[in-house]
Design a protein around this ligand. Structure first.
Ligand code: DQA
Length: 161
């Protein structure tokens, strides 16, 4: 049976959402982000498990275990590891389940060092700049990759008089 679980991974410093640089990241907390993406998952028939770590090796271990643990794919916000962690990049390249890279902020409109992602080339795609909604879009992207795009509800036949 196809996996109906998706893994959301948050990298370093994202545990501080809500109080961390609110001008950049807003006031939404990590629990609120997780609640939003879990609720969206329920609507799309997928159970979302969210984990956060400040430790590079922990994120790598979670990526390695994603398929074995029955996740259909991973929505990954690598935080600052995005910009330099070749180990994280290699982990994403090494696994078979799709990984969608997400960012709360529009990294392309920020400091020069944030405009380059070492992960992007091995992720299936990148979504950035929509705050917590980036994760919702990331989950939809993952589901589109694994199940095909969401279809609008079938049009009802016209009612006969
Ligand atoms: C971030 C962007 C990164 O540059 C930064 O280091 C983060 C958060 C984002 O979600 O916008 O920690 O990944």
């Amino acid at each position: 049976m196809a996996a109906t679980r998706a893994l959301v991974l948050h990298g370093p410093n994202l545990n501080l959402l809500g109080t961390r640089e609110p001008d950049v990241y807003g006031r939404v907390t990590l629990s609120e982000v997780n609640r939003l993406v879990r609720a969206h998952g329920r609507r799309r028939g997928v159970t979302v498990e969210a984990r956060q770590s400040n430790v590079e090796g922990q994120l790598i271990d979670w990526l390695h275990g994603a398929e074995r643990q029955g996740f259909l794919g991973v929505v990954l916000n690598p935080g600052a590891f995005t910009h330099y962690s070749l180990a994280l990049r290699d982990a994403v390249a090494s696994i078979r389940v799709p990984v969608v890279e997400v960012h709360l902020s529009n990294v392309h409109a920020r400091e020069k060092f944030r405009r380059h992602s070492v992960v992007a080339a091995v992720a299936r795609g990148q979504i950035a700049g929509f705050g917590a909604v980036s994760y919702v879009l990331g989950l939809d992207a993952l589901l589109a990759l694994t199940r095909g795009p969401a279809r609008p509800p079938a049009a009802r036949p016209p009612r006969r008089r």
